[in-house]
Write a protein that binds this ligand. Structure first.
Ligand code: NAD
Length: 360
């Protein structure tokens, strides 16, 4: 089959890690009989340098035409780069906010997986980390507290700030459907996280999630209060498959979940809209401290490409092959500088890409 991918390499280590992911995609194409056409677009600092803005409308239009978007990372050193002398709406990150909005990416998906070979980097107690874990956090990205009305004013001589947490049933339903769809591709369990003992928005969340669950009889649904979820993530992370939650709870829990895996260079992510379209990117940033040195870990981006195949192109076997090749390369003892430990072999960004391709 033929697929059109928009590719945004971006700044810093972005071009280095995305090139390795493209190398892996091409190898998958060869092996499984697909052709990936790449439309390379500018976003972030490189777009500012070339066009004066962090993302042009032409780039947005081209991204919309693609089957999916693969992104590296954008931005530079925020203290020294001239990009950060510009007004906020012209800085690199404004490109990211614009593309998320234009593509209507309301669902954020972050896997947190502990590879047995990287257990040493997990900050949890050994009896917990040895069980391993493999979860997916599905976070609502465009509603809730971060998008509600807010104001700060003086009330009876006292400064008072108000933030509003609003969700309507349609916003909840569409993210719940995404969560259950993803669970069907995994171990078929959804933990819906809310604060239904206190918040009205959470009670509506719970009601709508239960309605959606009726269409997925194979999926086990449980509800968990957010304070308990934060605790369970460090006490027994193995219990989770898909965690489905609203914007702010997801913001906090997904960072907590990625911390317990221990390595930023391994963490993929995806943002999806109502169709199968999505934008896939590593969770880390542009790492200006190691950019241009062929040192960055490309695995997060390669695993993001695997998610792209699975969730936007429905190529599950191909995604499995990439994930298995990553596992194998770790089993064989190869590590980039961020995950290297005694007794393992240090390799560069390009070597890691080659080693993964060899194992496909
Ligand atoms: P960062 O994630 O870029 O780096 C934090 C640390 O992790 C650094 O020491 C870096 O070397 C390391 N690191 C990150 N990815 C790595 C990889 N693949 N391999 C090996 N080491 C890796 O975060 P930061 O330093 O806070 O931000 C740098 C720039 O990235 C800023 O301009 C920031 O705004 C931008 N940023 C962009 C995105 C994005 O594009 N989505 C996300 C976060 C930060």
């Amino acid at each position: 089959m033929e697929f059109n991918l928009a590719v945004i390499k971006g700044d810093g280590i972005g071009p280095e890690v995305v090139s390795e992911a493209m190398k892996v995609l091409d190898k998958i194409g060869e092996k499984f009989g697909h052709t990936f056409h790449y439309d390379q677009l500018l976003m972030g600092g490189c777009s500012i340098d070339a066009t004066g803005v962090p993302l042009t409308d032409e780039a947005v239009a081209a991204a919309k035409k693609a089957d999916a978007v693969l992104l590296g990372s954008i931005g530079g050193n925020t203290s020294t780069s001239p990009w950060y002398q510009l007004p906020p709406n012209l800085r690199p990150e404004a490109g990211l906010l614009k593309i998320r909005k234009e593509l209507n990416l309301f669902a954020n998906l972050r896997p947190a997986l502990l590879y047995p070979e990287l257990r040493g980097a997990c900050p949890l107690k050994e009896e917990i980390s040895e069980k391993g874990f493999d979860m997916m956090i599905m976070r609502e990205l465009t509603g809730g507290l971060y998008f509600g009305e807010r104001e700060t004013k003086e009330v009876d001589g006292v400064m008072t700030a108000v933030d509003t947490l609003t969700y309507n049933e349609n916003e909840i339903r569409r993210i719940a459907i995404k969560g259950f769809d993803i669970a069907m591709k995994r171990r078929k369990k959804v933990t819906s996280v809310d604060k239904a003992n206190v918040l009205d928005s959470s009670r509506l969340w719970r009601k709508v999630v239960e309605e959606v669950a009726k269409d997925y009889p194979e999926v086990e649904l449980e509800h968990m209060l957010v304070d308990n979820a934060a605790m369970q993530l460090v006490k027994d992370p193995a219990q989770f498959d898909v965690i489905l939650t609203e914007n702010m709870f997801g913001d906090i829990l997904s960072d907590e979940a990625s911390m317990v895996t221990g390595s930023i260079g391994m963490l993929a992510s995806a943002s999806l809209n109502e169709t199968k379209f999505g934008m896939y990117e590593p969770s880390g940033g542009s790492a200006p401290d190691i950019a241009g040195q062929n040192k960055a870990n490309p695995i997060a981006t390669i695993l993001s490409a695997a998610m792209l195949l699975r969730f936007s192109l429905d190529l599950d076997k191909e995604a499995d092959a990439i994930e298995a090749a990553v596992k194998k390369v770790l089993e064989d003892g190869y590590r980039t500088c961020d995950i290297v430990s005694e007794g393992t072999t240090l390799v560069s960004t390009t070597e890691m890409g080659d080693l993964i391709c060899e194992r496909l």
